[in-house]
Design a protein. Structure first.
Length: 221
């Protein structure tokens, strides 16, 4: 079985928690935010492209629409954050932790993520085409209609997560462990699973899609 990601942390467990300062202002293009605590803020249709967020926390924040292309997030913590219809394309995430977050209708193609953990999060219609995900874990999450076409996934795990109608066309999977996922439903690109590890029960669930990909006709006498 895959190794589960470490348990989600509370705000006061962050090593930089004592240095956080409440954010009071607006997000601007190419802004630099360090040790900022965004608490209950609502950001609607803003342009924060190229901004940097370092050792910062987001509590119950809402992002609606808006553009944050090429923004950088390093060592950030997000809890109960809601992101709807927002553009995070080509952003970079390292050492980030998401807990109980909702991400819907997001453009995040070309994004890079390394050492990122998602706990109890919901993804709905998220565009992750051409992303590079390395050491990313999805723990007890729901991923519905997520597009990973052309993406590169390395050392990714999905313990307890449900994958529905996932697109993997031309994706590259290396040491991706799907064992322990509650459900694995691939809408297209099933051939990309050649770089993944699954269990026997998942193999049975995926058998129809694999047979269709191979051109097999399955008939009972």
């Amino acid at each position: 079985m895959p190794k589960r990601a470490r348990n989600a942390r509370d705000l006061d467990q962050l090593p930089y928690a004592h240095r956080l300062v409440a954010f009071d202002g607006e997000l601007d293009r190419e802004g630099d935010h360090e040790f900022a605590h965004f608490d209950g803020d609502v950001f609607t249709d803003l342009d924060g492209g190229g901004s940097a967020f370092t050792s910062s926390a987001f509590s119950a924040v809402t992002f609606t629409a808006g553009r944050y292309r090429r923004a950088r997030f390093d060592d950030v913590w997000l809890h109960s954050v809601r992101v709807v219809g927002t553009d995070f394309a080509e952003s970079a995430w390292m050492d980030a932790e998401f807990t109980a977050c909702v991400l819907a209708g997001i453009e995040a193609f070309g994004t890079g993520m390394r050492r990122v953990a998602f706990h109890n999060c919901k993804f709905d219609s998220v565009n992750l085409r051409q992303t590079k995900l390395r050491e990313v874990s999805f723990v007890d999450c729901l991923l519905r209609d997520v597009d990973l076409a052309g993406a590169t996934l390395t050392d990714a795990t999905f313990p307890g997560s449900t994958l529905e109608r996932i697109r993997l066309d031309n994706a590259t999977l290396t040491r991706v462990d799907l064992r322990g996922a509650a459900a694995v439903d691939i809408a297209s690109g099933v051939a990309a699973l050649s770089g993944a590890t699954i269990d026997h029960a998942q193999l049975l669930d995926l058998a129809p899609a694999l047979a269709q990909h191979l051109g097999l006709t399955v008939k009972d006498q």
